[in-house]
Design a binder for this molecule. Sequence first.
Ligand SMILES: O=C(O)[C@H]1O[C@H](OP(=O)(O)OP(=O)(O)OC[C@H]2O[C@@H](n3ccc(=O)[nH]c3=O)[C@H](O)[C@@H]2O)[C@H](O)[C@@H](O)[C@@H]1O
Length: 487
Amino acid sequence: MPADAAAKGMKLERYASGGAMLLRRVASGKIVTASSHLLFRATVLATLALVFLFTFHYPSLLSRSFSLSGDGGGAGPAGGPGMTHRSLLMSSSASAAYGGAAWEKEVRRSAKPRRDGGITVLVTGAAGFVGTHCSLALRARGDGVLGLDNFNSYYDPELKRARQRLLADRGVLVLDADINDGLLLEKLFDLVPFTHVLHLAAQAGVRYAMEAPQTYVASNVAGLVSVFEVAAKHADPQPAIVWASSSSVYGLNTDAPFSEEHRTDRPASLYAATKKAGEAIAHTYNHIYGLSITGLRFFTVYGPWGRPDMAYFYFTKSIITGEPITLFRTADGADARRDFTYIEDVVKGCLGALDTSGKSTGSKSGKKSGPAPLRVYNLGNTSPVPVTRMVAILEKLLGKKANKRIVTMPSNGDVPFTHANVSHAAHDFGYRPTTSLEAGLRHFVDWFVDYYKLKLDIPKITKASGADKPSSSSKKKKKAAAMAASS
Ligand SMILES: O=C(O)[C@H]1O[C@H](OP(=O)(O)OP(=O)(O)OC[C@H]2O[C@@H](n3ccc(=O)[nH]c3=O)[C@H](O)[C@@H]2O)[C@H](O)[C@@H](O)[C@@H]1O
């Protein structure tokens, strides 16, 4: 018998067919019997172990009280829900620190608006890049903000903790919590009548989706449903929801600039497919439950406090350390291009979308009084830049050449270019991106050097070659730099 057949518990026997002697595989009775006994014992042991773990590590689920994930658990700003289940099992250690009158008081304090007519916003993914900036901006204008984030390890959780501290300094509480923890979300809505949810928790990153597909489904699909469910069926009154979709939904679309009317049925990555699925799910919750929902298609957002998994961020690090960087070129030799969008511009778009979201029309009872707004907007910069140009700007800012390797773009979900048409956002809430890539990367590099306490001989660049577009005032730039330096 061949070794591989034996190893699989099979044996081969000869049999006659149509006058010829043929070989066929039959299961070895002994092996099957022995392995099924073994399997039975292993199953019993595993079940007992699971019951033990479940009882001692997640009592809250049994008692239907709420709980929060511990440090480092669960789905985060990138609500990586592969981690969600981990967070459920890890939650007991942290849950003791939460709940109770003092905790509830903290939650209410953070969520309380400080101005007349201020809105009350639950920000998911609040320790993420966009979440941090939006929470700061909301707080700065006197709105109530409560954040949640699961601090997963998709990228350096310490950076998320630093953002959490920055927010705490401004009076914004960010809970260690997972968007898939529906009981916790219900508890928060019981405590605070949120007028809005800014749902930014997601598993981000286009290429990582090939490595960890399930985390995208768990966060960007299951997590989104979890938020919609609570907002639709538990919150009273229902909040309006603004959430992060992505420019990647345009996928293989070749019409440019990308407009909201263009096709989005050809996603090039699983990440894009989960965001597209999110847009379809949004339609359903709007249709059935009368939730006001606005999806924002972000275009490669960058800036201070950014995401270390993004090219501009790790290229900066690699240029400083002298490590090689890989630049993708399309099969026909063109540079990849991106409509890089500066964080401050995106924040203005997010706040504009919140302010114009309109009310949800449903109620806990399941009745809706009429149709609610369902919107989707591009938030881009409207001027795509080759990635090679982005690197050239970084080289100039850092005073050092990159060690470049140019390769043909691998088939990993990337798209050759993005380019936003933002006329709808401009019309509906005055969205106008004003920051050039040169100016935005200057703010980023200033922050990077400061945050990582680098002793670098950075060239003094008084005026970036492609200075901010005219409408960006120097006052605003100073404010961005001050915020960037406040780590
Ligand atoms: O706009 C979006 O919707 C998306 O923007 C980014 O995705 P991406 O544009 O791919 O951002 P990066 O990973 O920073 O890549 C930027 C550019 O650099 C190129 N690149 C990336 C990595 C690399 O090693 N070399 C390289 O040339 C990519 O092809 C791309 O053109 C974010 O990572 C996504 O989360 C977001 O949803």
